[in-house]
Design a protein around this ligand. Sequence first.
Ligand code: URA
Length: 283
Amino acid sequence: MTDNRVLRQFLELMSASGISHLPTVTLPKRAAAPAKLLAARLKGTAPSAPQSPSRKSGSQIPLMSPDRLAPNSAERPEILESTHLLLEQTFRTEEQKTEGLSKLAEAVSVCKRCAELADTRRQTVFGVGNPDAEIMFIGEAPGADEDRQGEPFVGAAGKLMDKIIAACGLKREEIYICNILRCRPPGNRNPHPQEAANCREFLDGQIKIIAPKHIVAWGTVAAQNLLGETRPVGRLRGQFLQHGDARVMCTYHPSYLLRNESAKKLVWEDMKLFMKELGTDLG
Ligand code: URA
């Protein structure tokens, strides 16, 4: 056992025994273990590993993560070894993407990083849709209906989203839909920053595997967490922002629209702009 490890274990033991005033000890830096290095890359504090070329863009697929973190953002846990190994792979064909997503979903289904959510959920809600989609929708977190059915946006907000999708001339099957969180927060409270940080590995994995060209972030929670922004959605909407290779449109959450009818016209403006980018003029 190395001296560093002994010292670390000693400090952990003291801490576990309730001794809180521990000295600050700077341990000499070691070469980062692969998982640590990947976590650092996800945080944007280490250079990206060389990636294989993307079929869609012809460019490299970066491990996408905002430069800045959302307000009160929490520490991201060390990336799971299974995710690390999975994301070393390249995902070019629909088959590869489907397989990659199903492996990631398996890891999500047994995740207990957020004790409260793991205790109260009926099931995890990973994501649904076309694994090879060019468009990805990102919401906040599953609600009661999604928790029951295991699929994002199937409740009242989802029904409204379906109408927006149809009004845009799109089909749900063309889109991949997921959330910032994969578990329902009790009572539909807002996700805690630590919960978003705990789940980020899975969102980043889904984005890397699918490699969407266009993302819609629905609501402030999705927009801020995805982009590491502090501005509310009202300030972020109406323009394109960038996340990795994807162009991002932020707009109001369908649940907000259910309570604020007047915001519907703003979402429609955003969606027209979004669809224009995709080559469809909705007038
Ligand atoms: N609201 C969300 O943000 N996501 C869902 O999946 C359902 C409701």
